[in-house]
Design a protein around this ligand. Sequence first.
Ligand SMILES: [Zn+2]
Length: 310
Amino acid sequence: MEKDTMPLVGRFAPTPSGRMHLGNVFAALLAWLSVRSRGGELVLRMEDLDTQRTSPEFARILREDLTWLGLTWDRETPAQSTRSRIYDACFEQLAGMGLLYPCYCTRSQLHSVNAPHLSDGTYIYPGTCRDLTEAQRQSFSRKPAWRLRVPDREYALEDKCCGSFRQNLNRECGDFLVRRADGVYMYQLAVVVDDGLSGVTEVVRGRDLLESAPRQIYLQELLGFEKPQYAHVPMLLSSDGRRLSKRDRDLDLGQLRSRMKPERLIGWLAHAAGLLDKEESVSARELAKEFSWERVKKEDIFANTDCFCR
Ligand SMILES: [Zn+2]
């Protein structure tokens, strides 16, 4: 099928580890508008790989919060915590290609290398365990994590918000982890498999994940999934330039819902995004009628949140 005639499928992929904060809602709103303005389908998926931090109760509240905001979805795909057998099969597929190897490095070893690291906190892996002999591998008593070999090649994407982005995986990332020593699969693998299997054709998410897109494109290629369209949306910053996060409790949806109607919050976010000339109450459904990526701001946004704190 031609790319233009493929059905449009977007997704929400929240981590149920707490209430959504303004930044999460901002990205969710843009994902919703992009799909709904063109008559596409939206899938919801709970990213709960880290079962220590996440809970079904938070997942329930997340669904309720999205519903309150008017950000509807068409189907929910199985949560990541239930899919380890599917990830196992993909892991075996990569292993069969000879691209995986065990890594015995400890966290402190990796950090002491002092290599420059990516904005998501990942260190550029220097390849320490890449060419260990079988005898050397046997000499470690601890269980290894598993890394994927990357080629000395540039991966590029045309992002709807950020424009062109390129990264040489070998020089700017290094071989990356796909499974932890305790058997838990890494986000990079899970997200590619989940998006691929649910037919996602558009990924809208925060700009903090832009640097992980080339790794995901590489995995899509290896596992035979289509490359989706990407839009990495600006981050919402506090007046002192800090990213709004779950630490900003007074700006989480639990607090905001007790103080305002959803239309006021949607209107404020749409204004911050550049979709409304002035701040006014509006529903997501009304906004979808005139949505265009061209209007969405490209730079991170300093958010004046004083109006929410009164
Ligand atoms: Zn290693």
